[in-house]
Design a protein around this ligand. Sequence first.
Ligand SMILES: C[S@@+](CC[C@H](N)C(=O)[O-])C[C@H]1O[C@@H](n2cnc3c(N)ncnc32)[C@H](O)[C@@H]1O
Length: 236
Amino acid sequence: MPRAARRAVTAAAEYAVPRAGLVVVRALDRDVVGQAHHPRGAAGRVTAWEMTWRPSNRQRSAWAVALLDVQPADRVLEIGFGPGLAVAQLVRAGAGHVYGADHSAVMVARASRRNAAAIRAGRVTLVRAPVGQLPAALDGPFDAILAVNALAFWPEPAQRLAELRGRLAPGGRIAVVSQPRAPGATAASSARAASDIGDLLQQAGFTGLRTETLPLSPPAVAVLAAGPGQGSRRLA
Ligand SMILES: C[S@@+](CC[C@H](N)C(=O)[O-])C[C@H]1O[C@@H](n2cnc3c(N)ncnc32)[C@H](O)[C@@H]1O
């Protein structure tokens, strides 16, 4: 079966089969990690559709945005925005301006379509770029930075996080969210992910770490941390 068709069957089946069948269905799709890393072509468009409509993705994204506690004047940067759910939620939450970078052309197209009105209104700027080569338009400073199920794909993640820290305004904060998607992932996988993220954030110079958990299956974890300055105004 061609790859795109296999992914379409996989994604559609996720909505049709009960949870027990989900593990089997996803195991059929050996391409899932590659597409999550860099969605491309027809298979990438199916991945975008799946990321958009999977209920746990939508819940996780809304939760992550709520944790950031955005304020009306906040400039927020999301790295690895995928189909742009969180970008739209950040706009609805009242962020002053939402910036985003993703290295996938498919995802930039999807997210730009989803957020077309906000882009036209000058409230959203989305660019195609890898996290290690952000353009000057994303120099910041930002009040908040968000990455949801994205950090695990970055080369040299501690270095990337240190660069992002340099783009935060004094008192700025970051939220790095993970919900392990490997077949068989459990609450223990989520706890390990939170610990790994915390270590990377500390190596990158972030302080005041706080971990939150959303009870999905497996749980989503968010590690929030303060950037430069005297700790984030909004991490308490
Ligand atoms: C698993 S998806 C998550 C998408 C979205 N944050 C969500 O939760 O639905 C990971 C996203 O990160 C992007 N990505 C992965 N590595 C990247 C990198 N080095 N630079 C920029 N984007 C990257 C991928 O293109 C993809 O859109």
